[in-house]
Structures are given as structure tokens and as C-alpha cells.
Design a protein around this ligand. Structure first.
Ligand code: F6P
Length: 379
């Protein structure tokens, strides 16, 4: 019998966090279970900073709200935590024991971890250390292994598709190439799906190193057919076949595992296409617009299903797992399968031998559809 649970949201915000929190909270309430939220993700777990979620105004009316009412923290890895000593020196410490202590002291029967790959890795490791964790897959990048879809992704694609519709107007009116840089560090799902939804002429994704001459060729063919404009979607992690992805590294600390920041891919493509086609070209970077704001109806429903399922799993005593959608059905898999050492599984999911992250595979129906309708993928 579980009596008390807590939720934490970790990593970048996405639309859908609050609906997941609401669904966990409501299912807990229905079953007479107390529900709490750690403030700012794993940071709250470390600092034992949490609030009661049910029965107060903070948690009212949150279904359509973007962001997270309990905050979220990025790059907080409790197993390798950056600590600045009073003398200014920096050390990396494993503070996971403190997290275990906090959870035990306050008698939380389960901690729900809302996050992507790195959040779920910590959830898996904390589970091994004796905390009952249940993960819920969150990221606009849609790259968590073992699930068909993460919450937040549908909203991001919808925002990108709307941006493409709006960019079309300027492209057509001014006879320009309009490039849209979208998020997706290692996975091109947002770029690919929004390109299809928004009628783009080319989509460059991290999984297909691009040849800029091929992209220019496809635009030149359009010009020859009388189409004096083109719209190109560029994933932030897209890289030329003979080069590297565009990153800025000022904030990166390899020791801490802080993730690389991507920037400039769209601008680079835009400048090169202007040279190669003679059409004027402009780049728009969509950035955090994709993560913020109200979730789509699809994301609200998905997040609610995930949250309710997560609470059900807790009541059934199934811990160390992640809620997933597999072949359209709500289900769960072990966190070990999602982020563990079974790289074979990662490979089936489109990952690599080093990572389980779910990438776009070349036989995926979205790739086939894009090619069928003539979207240039840069190869
Ligand atoms: O992983 C989600 C994501 O939105 C990526 O698409 C993007 O590269 C990254 O987060 C940006 O993170 P931050 O909020 O740290 O700038």
C-alpha cells in the first residue's frame, strides 16, 4: 500500500508537464494518496525542497498551462554534481546518497521522474540505490528509447508547422529562400515531421549528413519550374557531410556531462544556399517557442494518460519503469531497457552502439513519405 508520492520534473520545459503533474495528482487523490512535488527537479530532491500538491490553489487550473508549476532544472546530475567550494574551486561529487536519505526520511513511497534520456538515467540509478522511481518520457526531441512518442513533441511540431506556414508567405512574396532552424540535438523528428506538416521543400536532420550542393540543386530545379522561392527546415544538430554540427561551447563542461549547446546550423545553410542559388535567403531560429506555451489537445491527452498510468503502476508496486506508448498502446518498460547497457535495444530503436537515444531510421515511414513527395533530405 503506498501512501505518499512525489513528482519531479527535470531537463528543459515542454508543453505537457503540468497535465502530467495534474494526472498523477488526481489519480493519487482518487486513491487517497498524498502527492508532493520536488521544486526544480533533482535539485529539489538534493535540497529536500518539496511542496504539497493536492488540495491547494497552486495546482488548480493547470491543464492548459505551459512550463511546470514545480519548476525544472537542467544539467542537474546528482551522481556527478558540480559543487563550488568556498575558495572558488570546483569539484564533482556523487550526492545521490543524500537523495536516497531525503526520500527515506520523508517516507516517499515513489518518486515520479518527468524527463528525457539523462533524467531517466538518474532515475534508473536511484532505483538501483533503493528509491522507487517511475519515469514519464518528456522531451520535444522525441528521442527517448522504447516509446513511440514523448509528451511535448506534438506541441513542438505544431508550433514549427505554424511557423512554416507563416514563413511561406514571405518566401513567396519576396521570392526568397526561408530557412527555419528547429530544435533536435541528435534526432531530426521535429524537423522531419514539421517539414511534412508545413509543406517544406527540404529538411536537414542530424541523422543524414547533408550535401549543400544537393539542396541547392533541388531549389534550382524548383526555380527552373517557375517556383521562385523555397522553404527549408534545418534541425539544430544537422551537419554537412564533410563537417561538424554547429555548436557553441561556452557553457559546456565535459566533466559535468553538461550537454552541448547547438546554434547556427540554420544560418550556415541559409548563407550557403543564397550563394549557390542566387535567391535571397533568410533564416529564422524558432528556439524556445517550441517548448513554451499551452499544450496541444494531443499533448494534453497523452500527458494525462502517462500521468494516470504512472500512478497506477505505483499502486501496483511496479517501480524502475517508464510509461510508454508502444504501437499505439499505453504500456511500460523497465528503465534498464530505456537507458541501460542493452545497446542492442537502442539500435533497434534507432540508437547507436553508444547510446539508446531514439533516432530517425532511414526506413521510417516519415523518411519514406518525405522522399515520396519530393522533400530534399540533403543526400
Ligand atoms: O532536449 C530538449 C532541448 O529542447 C533540445 O532540443 C535543445 O537543444 C536543448 O533542449 C536546449 O536546452 P537548454 O534549455 O539547456 O538551452
Amino acid at each position: 500500500m503506498i501512501k505518499k508520492v512525489a513528482i519531479l520534473a527535470n531537463g528543459g520545459d515542454v508543453a505537457g508537464l503540468n497535465p502530467v503533474i495534474r494526472a498523477i495528482m488526481r489519480t493519487a487523490q482518487t486513491n487517497g494518496i498524498e502527492c508532493y512535488g520536488f521544486i526544480d527537479g533533482y535539485k529539489g530532491l538534493l535540497e529536500n525542497n518539496f511542496i504539497r500538491l493536492d488540495g491547494n490553489r497552486l495546482a488548480d487550473g493547470i491543464l492548459p498551462k505551459g512550463g511546470s508549476i514545480i519548476g525544472s532544472s537542467t544539467n542537474t546530475i546528482v551522481f556527478n554534481y558540480k559543487v563550488t567550494n568556498p575558495d572558488g574551486t570546483v569539484e564533482y561529487k556523487d550526492l545521490s546518497d543524500l537523495c536516497v536519505e531525503n526520500v527515506k526520511k520523508d517516507e516517499f513511497d515513489c518518486v515520479f521522474t518527468l524527463g528525457g534520456d539523462s533524467t531517466q538515467k538518474s532515475a534508473r540509478d536511484l532505483y538501483i540505490k533503493g528509491i522507487n522511481t517511475i519515469g514519464v518520457p518528456k522531451t520535444i526531441d522525441n528521442d527517448v528509447a522504447c516509446t513511440d512518442i514523448t509528451f511535448g513533441y506534438n506541441t513542438a511540431v505544431s508550433v514549427a508547422a505554424e511557423a512554416l506556414d507563416r514563413l511561406h508567405t514571405t518566401a513567396e512574396t519576396h521570392h526568397r529562400i526561408m530557412c527555419l532552424e528547429v530544435m533536435g540535438r541528435y534526432a531530426g523528428w521535429i524537423a522531419l515531421e514539421s517539414a511534412i506538416a508545413g509543406g517544406a521543400d527540404a529538411a536537414l536532420i542530424p541523422e543524414i549528413p547533408y550535401d549543400i550542393n544537393k539542396v541547392a540543386e533541388s531549389i534550382n530545379k524548383r526555380i527552373a519550374r517557375g517556383k521562385q522561392f523555397s522553404v527549408v527546415v534545418v534541425s539544430e544538430g544537422a551537419a554537412p557531410k564533410d563537417g561538424e554540427a554547429s555548436t557553441f561551447t561556452s557553457d559546456v563542461d565535459s566533466k559535468s556531462g553538461i550537454s552541448v549547446k547547438f546554434a547556427g546550423a540554420g544560418d550556415k545553410v541559409s548563407k550557403e544556399l543564397q550563394k549557390l542559388t542566387g535567391l535571397e535567403s533568410r533564416c529564422t531560429t524558432l528556439g524556445y517557442m517550441q517548448r513554451g506555451g499551452t499544450p496541444t489537445a494531443y499533448d494534453r491527452v497523452l500527458s494525462t494518460k502517462y500521468g494516470a498510468k504512472a500512478m497506477e503502476l505505483a499502486m501496483e508496486g511496479k517501480f524502475g519503469v517508464l510509461t510508454v506508448i508502444k504501437d499505439g498502446k499505453l504500456d511500460y518498460v523497465s528503465l534498464e531497457d530505456v537507458v541501460g547497457n542493452n545497446k542492442k535495444l537502442g539500435e533497434v530503436q534507432g540508437g547507436t552502439e553508444d547510446s539508446n537515444v531514439r533516432l530517425v531510421t532511414m526506413d521510417h515511414e516519415l523518411v519514406k513519405t518525405a522522399r515520396d513527395i519530393g522533400i530534399c533530405l540533403g543526400d
